[in-house]
Design a protein. Sequence first.
Lengths: 274, 326
Amino acid sequence: MNISRREAITGRAFLILLMVVTLLPFVSMLSAALQPRGTVPSGLEWPSDPHWGNFVDAFDVANMGALLRSSLLIVLGVVPAAVVIATMAGFGLGHLRVRGGGIALAVLLLGLTMPFEAVITPIYYQIMDLGLLNTRWAIILPLIGLYMPFSVYWMRAHFLNVPKELSEAARVDGASTWQLFWRVHIPLARPAISSLTILMFLWTWNQFLLSIVMVDDPAKRTMAGALGAFQGQWGTDLVLLCAGSLLILTPTLVVFLVFQRQFIAALLQGSVKG
Amino acid sequence: MTQAAQGTTRGRPAKTSSRRTAGPAQVWAGRVPRVLRGTSRARWSGWLFVLPALAMYGFFVLKPLLTTFQYTLYRWDGIGPSQWAGLDNYRTVLTDPDLLEIILHAFVLIVFFSFVPVALGLLVASLIHRVTRGPLGTAARTVLFLPQVIPLVAAGIAWSWVLSTTGMVNQVLNAVGLGRYSRAWLGEFDTALPAVGVIGAWVLLGLCTILLVTGISKIDPALYEAARIDGAGSVREFFAVTLPSLRREIGICLTVTVIAALASFDIVYISTSGGPGTATTVPGLEIYRLAFAQRQVGLASALAVVLMLLVLVCVLPIQRLSREGK
C-alpha cells in the first residue's frame, strides 16, 4: 500500500510539473503583454501596474473585428460543404459499398500522408488560372479537397459499423437511397459528424500555409495567417505582439473550453484513426 | 495538426446480397431477379454519393500532384516559358550540399518532435496514469491539449519570446547562476535548430502523453498484478508490461509526430524564418521559398516530391511495426 501511495504522489507531482511547463509560455506572453508599451519586457515578471489597455490597442491595430469575420467566412465556406460531401462519400463507400469502391479508397489513401507543401505550388497556379487569387475562395476550395482523404476515411469507418438490417428495414418501407441517407443514417452518424466538424473547424481556423500563399491581404485570411502578418508588422514591438497574439488565440480557446470534452475526444480519435 | 497516415484498407466483405432499391410495389412483386437488379443498381447509383468528394479531391489534390511531377521535369520561373530539364532538378536536390543539409534538418527535427515527446510521454504517462481521474486529471487533460488547439503560429510567437535574449529561459538561467549560458537561443547557429525542436516537442508532448495514458488505462490490470507477484519493480514492470502493450499507441504517436517534423513549416517560418543563415531551414520552408520567392518552380517541385517520398519511407515501416501481432 505504501508503494502505491508514493506512486500517487510522484504521479501527481509530475502531472503538475507537466501542466506548468505547458502553461508557462502563455503566462510569459501575458506578463509581457501587460508591460508599458515601448519598454523591453524581461522574461516572466508581473508588472506592478498592468497595462490592460494594450489589449485594446492590439484589437484596433490588428483589426480584430475584420479578422474574426474573415476566419468565420472561411470556416463557413469549408466546414459544412466538406462535412456533407465527406459524409456522402463515407456512406457510399462504407455502407452502400459501391462497386469499385476499393479503387476510390486506394486513390484517397495517396493523399492521407501527403504534406500540403507537396501540392501548394500547382494549387497556387490553378487558383490563379481560375482568377481567385487574393479571395477567400483561394483558401476555401483547396481546403475542401485537401480534407477529403481524412474525412472520407473517417466517415467510412463510422458507416462500416452500421448494421445493414437498418437499411433493409427502411427499404422495405419504400425509402429511396437518398431518403435512407438523410432520414436514417445522418441522424445516427451525428457523433462521428460532430467530431469531424470540430477537427475541420480547428484545422481551418489554424491553417497557415494556404493563407500566406494565396492571400496577400491579412484581412481576407484565416486567424493564423493574419497572426503571421501581424508578427511581420509588429515583431519589434514585443508588448503589442504578445497582446495581439493572445487576442488572436482567444476565440479558439473559448470554443475549446466550451466544447472541451468533444474537442479532446475528437482530437484523440482523430490521431488514432488518422 | 494531426492529419496523418492510415494504413487500413479492409477487404470488401463477402456479403453482397439483400440490398434493394426497389419501391414498395416491387417489394411485393418478390422474385429473384428483382433482388439482383436492385443490388446492382444501388451499387452503381451509390457512386453519386462518392462523386462530389472525389471531384474536389481530384481537382485540388490529384491534379496538383500530377502537375507537381510534371513541374519537376522543367526549369520554370512561374511566368515565362519553361525549358525541358529532364531529371536535372532531382539531381540537384540529391547532390546540392545546401539542399541535402536542409533535408537533414528535417531528420534532426524528428529527434525533437518525435523521440523526445514519445520518450518523455512514456515516462510521464507511466508515472501519472494512476492519477488521471478526478479533478486534477480533468484539468490536466484540458491544459495538456492547449498546444494542440492553438495555431502553431501562436506557439511560434510565444516561444520566440520565451527563448529570446530577455526571455524566460535566460531569466531562469541567470537566476540559478548559469547566466554564462544565456544566449539568443533561436539566433545562434549552434542552438537555433534544437531550439526550434524544443518548440515542436512542447506542442506534441501533451498529445503523446494523453494518447499513451489512454493506452495504459486499457492494459489488463491482471498483467501488472502478475508482474508484481513475480517481484518486478516499477522499472521491470514498465519494460515487461507497459511498453509491449503500448505498441499501437506508440505507433500512432510516432506517425503523427514524424509527419509533423518532416512537414514542419509554421513553427519555423514564425520563429526563425529558417535562419540564422540556413541553420533552421526545413524542406517545407525551402519549397515555399524556392517556388514563391526565388521562382524556381521545377526545383521546388522536385524537393516536394522528395519530401513526400521521405514521409512515406518513414511512416510506412512505423505503421507496419505497430500493427504487427495485433
